[in-house]
Design a protein around this ligand. Sequence first.
Ligand code: PMP
Length: 396
Amino acid sequence: MGLSLSARARGIAPSPTLSIDAKTKAMVSRGEQVINLSVGEPDFQTPPEASLAAVGAIAAGFTKYTAVAGIMELRRRIIRKLEQENGLRYEPDEILVSVGAKHSLFNIMLTLVDLGDEVIIPAPYWVTYPEQVRLAGGVPVILPTDESTGFKVTPGQLKEALGPKTKAVILNSPSNPTGAVYRRAELEALAEVLRPADCYVISDEIYEKLIYGVEHVSIASLDEEIFRKTLVVNGFSKAFSMTGWRLGYTAGPKDVIKAMTSLQSQSTSNPTSIAQKAGVVALDHFDPDVVEEFRARRDYVLERLRGMPYISCAEPEGAFYLFPNVSRLLGGRYRGQTIDTSDRLCELLLEEARVSLVPGSGFGAPNNIRLSYAVSRVDLEIAMERMEAFLGEVER
Ligand code: PMP
């Protein structure tokens, strides 16, 4: 009884990306030239203006507790951003700044989900969603999608899944890991199903700025009814390359934000004071060149992948991932070794081709692998040569 971990802790699935990550790092530390395409963070710098604002904050002694929900200056700046860029209107008590968008989502789950409550999650999903739902005592209800619908959930699927136990539906557009972006009409169709449903919508929009030739639409902006039941989650990690600063936020109904703020007051308190000062300035310094660079990389890798045997790949419209389908490779052999799963494929690609990718199993998509193009073009070229050579030796 005494010296044991909680059932909650024992129930957490270790991140499926971790073993590949640990193996990659071990190989790199042995001096092996691995190209790491498993990374989930942009490879460019935090806007220097934002970094300088943080340095200024330290110099000025802005190094103490702040309001739990974040400094008013930042909340007001976020409100202006949401109004100008997303057509959403909030008051300061409808915004909670947290220690990264992952923390925002965790606060949401613990605030909304009771034991046995269901949270609907379209697959492929970001690995963290189902784990957080389970940690809160809830039950993730996974809706499978694939290339045939552009990895998007349909209104019919959603309608069928909604029930009396549904507490929330998670939408993530642009998506990690597929890069899928919901169009306005698609969101309208989902909203039609969601409007009469007695549940919240959690809209994770963290990749909104990394989008290629299409428009980002927040489902919360469709109408007042959807707005009132939606929690918009966003952050600074992806758009401003601020992964290490740990800064994210939620915008939503006052009562939910109030309860989340109480929860945060008893767990982390405020996000770091100096990171908040950096956040205020970062919102004025998004660099659109980043989008062009990512787009060029996406086009390059997509073309190379499509030229390789056994692989098919949908064109992602956002984020910085490709999610190729490798089902035709499964059952094949490489130098006497059987490729029975996408997990095994990723192991072999790492060990034999020295390219690190993440298997789709952790994202609820065992027929796919995730490739991040948040690395230099030179590295992408080398990685594509290596993958092509590897696939050239696969026997089917
Ligand atoms: N949502 C999605 C879909 C993500 O991919 C990530 C980061 N991998 C996050 C949220 C969390 O980002 P952060 O906690 O760094 O703000």
